[in-house]
Ligand binder design. Structure first.
Ligand code: PAF
Length: 313
């Protein structure tokens, strides 16, 4: 159902406001269809509320909850989506075994006071005759994650564009951990005239430095020391830069030294890049982005940090 927006927030007073769709008592509304999503978010916009969108694939952890907290602080209404997006997984990747725990996710989002949760089935998002995908290009999209996971960013861009189109959020929240994704999504928001502001939130880490990720549930305790090599390299780069290291190649060399003699973990890339184009840099500079990925027996780990930025614990 389409609605004509006739009021702004300033004209709405308690009893005067239209009843909120899908109100089923306390707690967040659970939305399964795009029609419900449109209905609720257009109602919010008609009331003059700003809408914060937190897109997720579920298996939530403190990193996701930090995005929800940022949305809660910055917007009147918060919508989280939970959708394991098949389009962003390549053949042989872990779509089937990607961690899923919707009951636990719902409990966490309820505790974080989101207003609504969109959790559609795959057939709702991609009906059998679905034929439109968003093709991303531009500086940096084909390096690092783009090169390692062909088609991944088209899949991300397609679902994000669909969420933006159905939700019409004021702001959408992404983690700095997927640094390339954050840049690509910001470009998409701009290129498609979505009017959505992209907020990139800091990575949340365990006290030992490991960046939180839904896939960390795959990690066994004996693999953890190897997994920590990624944040170790980031930390060493930050410290070396602080101590005056100026040559990016020296930082690349540190990664080879750290990972070189390990059997189980294999370094895929470790680089110092321009934070917007992801072009590798010759000289270290404050604000340069560090990106790293490694494979640990079937599990792919990625991490990121900024030179001169928030120190890695
Ligand atoms: O970062 C993620 O979890 C996913 O790539 C996203 C943005 C939810 C799209 O499926």
């Amino acid at each position: 159902m389409s609605r004509v927006c006739t009021r702004t927030r300033s004209t709405v007073t308690g009893n005067d406001a239209r009843p909120e769709p899908f109100k089923t008592g306390e707690g967040p509304r659970i939305l399964r269809s795009t029609a419900e999503l449109r209905e609720l978010t257009s109602h919010w916009r008609c009331q003059g509320f700003t809408v914060g969108l937190v897109p997720t694939m579920g298996a939530l952890h403190r990193g996701h909850l930090s995005l929800v907290a940022a949305a809660r602080a910055g917007c009147d209404r918060v919508l989280a989506s939970i959708f394991v997006n098949p389009l962003q997984f390549g053949p042989g990747e872990d779509f089937e075994r990607y961690p899923r725990d919707s009951q636990e996710d719902l409990a966490q989002l309820r505790a974080a006071s989101v207003d609504a949760i969109y959790m559609p089935p795959v057939s709702e998002v991609y009906p059998v005759d679905f034929a439109t995908t968003v093709h991303v290009a531009g500086a940096g999209f084909d390096r690092f994650e783009g090169a390692a996971r062909p088609g991944h960013f088209q899949g991300v861009a397609t679902i994000v564009a669909k969420l933006f189109s159905a939700t019409g959020p004021s702001r959408a929240y992404f983690s700095e951990k997927d640094a390339q994704q954050a840049v690509i999504v910001a470009r998409l928001a701009r290129d498609l005239d979505s009017g959505v502001e992209i907020e990139v939130c800091p990575i949340v880490r365990d006290p030992d430095g490991l960046a939180l990720s839904s896939r960390n549930v795959y990690l066994t305790p004996d693999q953890r020391p190897d997994a920590l090599l990624l944040s170790r390299w980031l930390r060493e780069c930050q410290l070396a830069f602080k101590a005056g290291e100026g040559l990016a190649d020296r930082l690349r060399g540190r990664a080879l030294a750290i990972f070189g003699d390990r059997g189980k973990i294999r370094l895929e890339y470790a680089d110092i890049v321009d934070p917007m184009t992801f072009a590798p840099l010759e000289f270290c500079a404050a604000g340069a982005r560090l990106v790293i990925a490694a494979r640990l027996v079937g599990l792919r780990l990625i991490d990121s940090a900024t030179l001169g930025g928030r120190p890695i614990p």
